[in-house]
Every structure is written in structure tokens, then in C-alpha cells.
Design a protein around this ligand. Structure first.
Ligand code: GLU
Length: 484
């Protein structure tokens, strides 16, 4: 198994899914998972993009058995370091007549393409240089004429037994005599991918469906080299809700974005695994171990999968809600610190208190990044609580707000000082409302505004217990002054 990303951008959701399926298959079958960096496009390849691929894969928990940073017997694992071998193979194919030099100028090729497109034909090379006498071809090359090297597509048809799509037959007359080596000697993707996959003894290639058009070219090249082609599996396209290929128009496709936005990592893996694959007919939430145990390429669907961003956030919530306090603390710390609410030192000085705070927010967030907005008020200085418009409006709806809040303060102060539990406070609160023949919002809306400044949020009694008597009382007293 291998993945062969080009380090030309960030790691996107498609590459993340392709990586996951290759990796899961290798882990399921005890195979070797190889990472090769296809960095032959020097203009576009970037070191930071390569680093982003490594870090994205590692974040997902996808480790590679051979590749950059880990080594292996069949390296080098950067395609650019294999160029000598590529040129050697190119030469062999030329000698054997399986490829030929093409001296057609760019202008001629462009004009041909324009004409073909005008006639609504698939653009393709017309074969002008196909039958050039080899001696003549060599002479022109030696005379310094520039040329590309094209692969000579034989007649007949090419059958690909795709592990996802079944038997796919291509009529060779539809496959162009494609360029293997560009003018100036740079080999192309379809050529080097075959060289490298063969040299690295790759047995399985799973990649996006957009590569299916390349597969007959590659299969024919394996044949020309007298090699057995690997097994191919083309993974269904990931689509937006409108059925179009997933792109930036639908939402960010950069994996790093979701990491930065505080999506649960395990949920991300789970959700990516659901793009074209299912554990069974119904289980949405499954672990990476379940994926590895059950993953078979034959179960991957042919139909494009819809990447539903709302469902992704929902799934993150499913994972966040199940985390232990310690896990939650680990995942939320940086977001709390970055929001400027509290320092890392303050949090680690009293982890139990931080965990208790997180428990108040846990059911209310789907992403770790939502935690500061949900429980941030707990860590604010009492006099720094700002009232959101809606919270204040809710509180002011009640003409008796000051009277109710004042009476409640008298009730709750000694209880908080005595260390009442949230449950005890809740009972007392209910009794207070009942005795005075109030409706709950008459107490809760002014109280919530005073304690949190927000219109909604965690349970008020839990909040008061967490704040402790001094802070809870100070906030209610402040409310009595500010809600006049
Ligand atoms: N470098 C190619 C890409 O990034 C690899 C395709 C393949 O898996 O063959 O799309």
C-alpha cells in the first residue's frame, strides 16, 4: 500500500480519506504502508506543504511503515531523488520502441487541440511522429531539436479489475499517446508513478476516482515493462450537498482547518471513514480499531459520497460528549488559553477545578473551540462580566426582577456559605419559586444574566457551586445594581 501525495498545498479532506483507507487496509491485512512524496514538480512543491502532510497524517493517527522520516529498504521516498532511475527506464522504453520521440512544436499541438475541441472531439495527439524512423529520430535529437517522449499505445483494449468499481474496460483507441518525458527531460506523473510503484513493490493502489482516467495508461506501461500491475481501487468522489465535487465553495477542504477549529480528532477519522465506507448498515460512531478490523476495499461504495459539514460537526459533538474530564482538559486547554481567559499555569495549578468547569460545558459544545464561549464566564473577574443584549433583555422583561433577585440572594447566600450541593440549591430554588407563586424565568433569567451575562448556558446551580459563595454573591449583587 502507498500514498503518493504531491507537496503542493495543504493536506485536504480527499487526501486524508485516501490515506486513511490505504492505511486501514494495510493494518487490516498486515501489509506495509508506504509514504512517497511526489515532488517532481519543482515549481509547485514546497517544504512547508510536505511538513503539513506529515503533521496532518500524524494528527489523524496514520503512521507509515516506510517513507520520509522513518526510512525503509526501498527508498529514497522523495520522487525527485529517483530521477536517474526514471531516465534509465525512459531510455529502455525508447530503445524497445514502446515509446517514441515527438518533435511537434507546442504551437502545432495547441492548434490541433483547438481544432479538435471545435469539432467536439476529445483532444488527442494525431500520431505525426509515431512512425518516425528511429535513426532519423535519434539524428534530430542529437542535432539539438527539442522533443517530448510519448508512450506508444498499442491497439486493442485495456481491462482494469478495479477493487471498488469492478471490471472497467478501456478501448485503447480512446487512450492518447501520452507524454512520458517533457521537453527538457522532465518525466511526467503517469510515467514516474509506475516506475516508483514497481520499484517499491507496491501491490495495491487506492486513490481518488479522478485518477481512473490515468489507470489504462499506467496499466499499459506496466505491460510494456513486462511487469505485473498492482491492484487498483478507485475511491468514490467526495461531493458537496449539491452533488458537485467537494471544493472550497462548500466549506474549507483543508484538514488543518478542522484541527484548528477544534473538531475531535477521533470524530474526524470516523467521519472520513464514512466517506464511501460503512461499518454496517447503521452504526455511525465507530472507533479506528473497528475500522481496521472491518475494513475491506470491496465494501467501498462506487457512488460519490456526500460530505455533510453539519453532520461532521454533529459527529464531533458525539465524541466530545463522551470524553473523560482529563481528555477534555487536554483538548480544550489551548482554546481556553488562546481566548485569553486563563493561563496554562492557572489551569494546571488546579486541574480538578478546570475539569469541573469543562463538565459544565461538555454537553453544550461540539467543538473544543466552542468551550471558551460556553464556560469562559466562569474564569472572568466578577466585575468583567458583560451582559449580552439578549441576556439583559430577558432579565428586564420581568418588572419584579430586583425584588426577586434580592430575595433570592438572601436565601442563597447562607446556603452557598454552608457548602450546599447543586442538588440542594436546586431544591431550594424550586421551593422559592413555588412559595412566591413565580414562574421559573422570573428568577432564572435575571439570575443567569447576573451570573453569566448570557442568555443560555450550563445549569445555574452548578455554576454557583463552581463559582463559590464569594464570587456568586458578588455577581448577584452586581446584577442588583446593573439591572435597575
Ligand atoms: N501524486 C498523485 C496525486 O497527488 C498521486 C496519485 C496516485 O495515487 O497515483 O494525486
Amino acid at each position: 500500500m502507498r500514498i503518493a501525495p504531491s507537496p503542493t498545498g495543504t493536506i485536504h479532506l480527499g487526501l486524508a480519506r485516501t490515506s486513511l483507507f490505504n492505511w486501514a487496509y494495510a493494518r487490516h491485512h498486515g501489509g506495509t504502508f508506504v509514504l512517497r512524496i511526489e515532488d517532481t514538480d519543482k515549481e509547485r512543491s514546497r517544504a512547508d506543504s510536505e511538513a503539513a502532510i506529515f503533521s496532518g497524517l500524524r494528527w489523524l493517527g496514520i503512521d507509515w511503515d516506510e517513507g520520509p522520516e522513518v526510512g525503509g529498504d526501498l527508498g529514497p521516498y522523495h520522487q525527485s531523488e529517483r530521477i536517474d532511475r526514471h531516465l534509465l527506464v525512459a531510455d529502455q522504453l525508447l530503445q524497445a520502441g514502446r515509446s517514441y520521440r515527438c518533435f511537434c512544436s507546442r504551437e502545432r499541438l495547441d492548434a490541433m487541440r483547438t481544432e479538435q475541441e471545435a469539432r467536439k472531439e476529445t483532444p488527442r495527439y494525431d500520431g505525426t511522429c509515431r512512425e518516425l524512423d528511429p535513426a532519423e529520430s535519434l539524428r534530430r535529437a542529437e542535432a539539438g531539436e527539442s522533443f517530448t517522449v510519448r508512450f506508444r499505445i498499442p491497439e486493442g483494449s485495456t481491462v482494469v479489475e478495479d477493487l471498488v468499481r469492478g471490471t472497467v474496460t478501456f478501448d485503447n483507441s480512446e487512450v492518447d499517446d501520452w507524454v512520458m518525458v517533457r521537453q527538457g527531460g522532465n518525466p511526467t506523473y503517469n510515467f514516474v508513478v509506475v516506475c516508483d510503484d514497481a520499484d517499491m513493490q507496491i501491490t495495491h493502489v487506492f486513490r481518488g476516482e479522478e485518477h481512473l482516467v490515468n489507470t489504462p495508461k499506467q496499466v499499459l506501461l506496466y505491460e510494456a515493462l513486462g511487469l505485473k500491475a498492482p491492484h487498483f481501487g478507485h475511491l468514490p468522489l467526495m461531493l458537496g450537498k449539491d452533488g458537485k465535487k467537494l471544493s472550497k465553495r462548500h466549506g474549507s477542504v483543508a484538514l488543518s482547518q478542522y484541527r484548528e477549529e477544534g473538531y475531535s480528532r477521533d470524530a474526524t477519522v470516523n467521519f472520513l471513514a464514512r466517506q464511501g465506507w460503512a461499518l454496517d448498515g447503521e452504526t455511525e460512531i465507530f472507533s479506528v480499531q473497528q475500522l481496521v478490523d472491518a475494513f475491506e476495499i470491496g465494501d467501498v461504495s462506487k457512488a460519490g459520497s456526500i460530505f455533510d459539514f453539519d453532520k461532521f460537526a454533529w459527529m464531533s459533538g458525539e465524541y466530545v460528549h463522551r470524553e473523560s474530564p482529563a481528555e477534555l482538559a487536554e483538548h480544550c486547554t489551548e482554546f481556553m488559553v488562546e481566548a485569553g481567559l486563563v493561563t496554562r499555569e492557572e489551569l494546571s495549578a488546579d486541574p480538578a477545578r478546570f475539569e469541573a468547569a469543562l463538565l459544565l460545558g461538555q454537553e453544550r459544545v461540539r467543538l473544543y473551540s466552542e468551550m471558551p464561549a460556553t464556560i469562559g464566564f466562569l474564569y472572568m473577574a466578577d466585575d468583567a462580566i458583560e451582559y449580552e443584549e439578549k441576556a439583559e433583555k430577558n432579565a428586564r422583561k420581568h418588572d419584579d426582577r430586583l425584588e426577586v433577585l434580592g430575595a433570592y440572594l438572601e436565601l442563597v447566600t447562607p446556603r452557598l456559605q454552608a457548602g450546599d450541593s447543586a442538588e440542594e440549591l436546586r431544591e431550594a430554588g424550586k421551593a422559592f419559586v413555588k412559595e412566591r407563586e413565580l414562574k421559573f424565568p422570573q428568577l432564572f433569567q435575571p439570575l443567569r444574566c447576573a451570573l453569566t451575562g448570557k442568555a443560555g448556558g450550563p445549569d445555574l446551580f452548578d455554576i454557583m457551586v463552581w463559582l463559590g459563595p464569594q464570587s456568586a454573591v458578588a455577581r448577584i449583587e452586581q446584577g442588583l445594581r446593573r439591572l435597575i
